[in-house]
Design a binder for this molecule. Structure first.
Ligand code: ADP
Ligand code: MG
Length: 641
């Protein structure tokens, strides 16, 4: 046995017999030895391995040629039993027909690691015939494509994940080649446009153009033609979707490489736009409702016997102006679900000398309902005995409806902000992926492809992290659940974190809460997200945001709970802002704010029996704002609202 520079050979194998394979040249062994492919020759009646080059040893995972030489394939590569490879060789031997297979999956035992590893080979098995057509052997030529196949699969997986991320975030992507004037739209974009992907390009374009709002059309075309020059485009336009009606679309893109190719994304931002409009409408209604409060008066001696109500109160209770009223009738008119709460409020107010302030529904004989707010107080004689209980009622139905609409519109605004945050956040990773895909297409080596596709994977992992966080954020659970407060805080912060980083804001997390808290997670997240968003708005580069949690017993009630602080080193607030902070529609941010965030937050926290404190100062060099929220561990959550 002799070893040539690149291969190992059993000497007699290549000595040309009288009728030996004509192919062989004197330096053929050397050529095979240096080949980039794995090469093996099986010879003789039982097809024993008489030649392997170094690459064949490496690809099969052996450590030396001796493990193959002199053996049949079945002896040398026993792990191939059951994979069909032996059968291929048998068939080649029988039929004398060559076999060619692309990316044949072959599990091979790697002797060094002891691991059975799948390799993908472009495989050729060529029968070698003697002068009289008899089979002399089989020439095996295999190119190991494992790395390339794996990189390609990784890339396919990445693209699939990108597609999923887009689908989840309702983002469509497009590619537009200005020279060739071709466009490629993603499936999501066809959904956003309501176009049929199977149509020809010109038909799709025509449909699209016919649906762009006439007043926006010339602007859109202008932006598009400028984009070809500048390599950048950004446009917002109204679009008539065949099923969804009028939508507002936002499209952004830029040039890839230095050709005339642009690529970009489209977002449907209708909800965000609507939220802005809704907030303005509700503001008017709210002010009207608050101003037009019609008030009724009631008086009664204690203990309760006859009640004296004016006509307004009777109207609030669906009664005729001449109706006689006593305490039994009073309770009978109140919605059964609200009776107990009302009774308790009256008793507590009388016993504790506190103001009476309660909201209940009154129900008419036909089952119609009104929301009534009643406020009052007790008068006592010198000995401290309660003698009178008087007050007012007010119909707050419209107010309540408006308040609910307001809460909804702040929620919508938050969703809008989320959409903006998502598009902002995934912009960078997406751009990176677009660049990496381009680099992959230009790569000359598998190593480069692998490197780039690994980077693309990481960027996509970021995208899907952001998207899943946001989706989780928006999910509305049905009831209250036990939640870890620091988790809620983290998922609320997640949508702002990358932007804070790029702004140069440091986020300090200091979590020491062990207690899980019973709450409506999505609502508490909304509270935190607004506070963090407000901090973000107030912070400048180099600022800091502190997120802190502690287990804390309420000193007043002895109840277990968790205290959360969200503190920033931002601009702080002046006295007027501090006083008006929780008023609906109070904002210092002009068009950019709704002024509803803190107002809604306070409603949500009230429902959770939570407490809220704010400190803020504008002292130069020490300015900042801190919100502290204490959440009871096992709050008895109220119904409705
Ligand atoms: P919006 O954020 O839409 O303005 P909010 O109810 O969330 O409405 O906040 C009301 C106002 O309170 C803000 O416009 C701002 O002036 C003030 N504010 C709230 N949080 C902060 C903060 N962390 N720093 C400075 N100002 C704040
Ligand atoms: Mg806000």
């Amino acid at each position: 046995m002799a070893t040539t520079p690149g291969g190992t050979v059993q000497k007699d194998a290549l000595v040309p017999t009288a009728a030996g394979p004509v192919l062989l040249q004197p330096n053929f062994e050397d050529l095979l030895g240096y080949a980039a492919a794995a090469i093996a020759i099986l010879s003789g009646p039982d097809l024993r391995c008489t030649y392997v080059n170094e690459m064949a040893v490496r690809v099969t995972g052996r450590t030396s040629a001796d493990q193959l030489l002199g053996h049949t394939f079945r002896e040398g590569l026993p792990e191939l039993e059951g994979t069909g490879v032996f059968e291929i060789l048998d068939e080649v031997a029988r039929s004398r027909q060559p076999f060619r297979g692309r990316e044949v999956k072959v599990p091979l035992l790697q002797f060094e690691s002891g691991v059975l590893t799948d390799r993908y080979l472009d495989l050729v098995c060529q029968p070698m015939a003697g002068a009289h057509g008899e089979l002399q052997g089989i020439f095996i030529h295999a190119v190991d494509l494992t790395d390339r196949v794996l990189s390609r699969r990784a890339l396919e997986a990445s693209q699939e994940r990108l597609r999923l991320a887009h689908e989840a975030a309702q983002i469509g992507t497009w590619e537009w080649d200005g020279d060739a004037n071709t466009r490629a739209l993603s499936a999501e974009l066809h959904e956003i446009f309501g176009t049929d992907p199977s149509e020809v390009q010109s038909a799709i374009e025509e449909v699209w153009a016919s649906r762009v709002h006439p007043a926006d059309k010339s602007h859109v075309y202008e932006v598009m033609s400028e984009a070809m020059q500048s390599g950048l485009m950004e446009v917002e336009y109204r679009y008539l979707h065949p099923e969804r009606g009028e939508r507002v679309l936002y499209s952004k893109g830029r040039r890839v490489g230095n050709g005339t190719q642009l690529t970009g994304v489209v977002l449907d931002i209708t909800d965000q736009k609507n939220a802005e409009k809704l907030a303005a409408e509700h503001r008017e209604r709210f002010e009207f409702a608050a101003g037009a409060g019609d008030i009724g008066y009631w008086f009664c001696d204690l203990p309760f016997d006859k009640l004296v109500w004016d006509e307004r109160v009777k109207e609030h209770f669906w009664l005729q102006p001449d109706a006689d009223v006593d305490i039994t009738l009073f309770y009978r008119c109140i919605h059964p679900d609200d009776r107990e709460l009302t009774r308790r409020a009256i008793e507590e107010s009388i016993a504790n000398h506190t103001n009476y302030d309660v909201e209940y529904r009154t129900v008419s004989l036909e089952g119609k309902q009104k929301w009534i707010r009643a406020t009052g107080r007790t008068a006592y004689d010198e000995s401290g005995k309660p003698i009178r209980f008087d007050g007012v009622t007010q119909d707050v139905t419209a107010l309540k409806q408006t308040r609910e609409a307001l809460i909804r519109s702040e929620k919508l605004a938050l969703v809008g902000r989320l959409a903006t945050a998502i598009s902002h956040e995934i912009n960078n990773p997406l751009e990176a992926v677009i660049n990496l895909l381009y680099l992959i297409s230009q790569s000359s080596t598998e190593e480069m492809v692998r490197g780039f596709s690994e980077s693309a994977q990481q960027e996509l992992a970021r995208v899907s992290h952001i998207v899943t966080h946001t989706l989780r954020f928006n999910r509305q659970p049905h009831g209250a659940e036990r939640e870890k407060v620091s988790n809620l805080l983290d998922s609320s912060a997640a949508i702002y974190t990358p932007r804070m980083k790029s702004l140069g804001v440091q986020i300090i997390r200091d979590y020491r809460d062990s207690e899980a808290v019973r709450c409506y997670g999505s609502e508490i997240r909304q509270v935190f997200a607004n506070m963090i968003g407000n901090s973000f708005d107030a912070l400048k580069p180099g600022g800091r945001l502190l997120l802190r949690t502690r287990d804390r017993v309420n000193p007043r009630t002895g109840e277990q709970g968790v205290l959360v602080s969200i503190a920033d080193s931002g601009s702080g607030m002046d006295g007027a802002t501090k006083r008006r902070l929780f008023e609906p529609f109070f904002t210092t941010k002009g068009e950019k704010g709704t002024g509803l965030g803190l107002w809604v937050s306070r409603e949500i926290l009230k429902k959770h029996h939570a407490t809220l404190r704010v400190r803020s100062r504008q002292t130069a060099g020490k300015s900042g704002t801190a919100f502290s929220v204490w959440l009871p561990a096992g709050s008895e959550l109220g119904e409705g609202e």
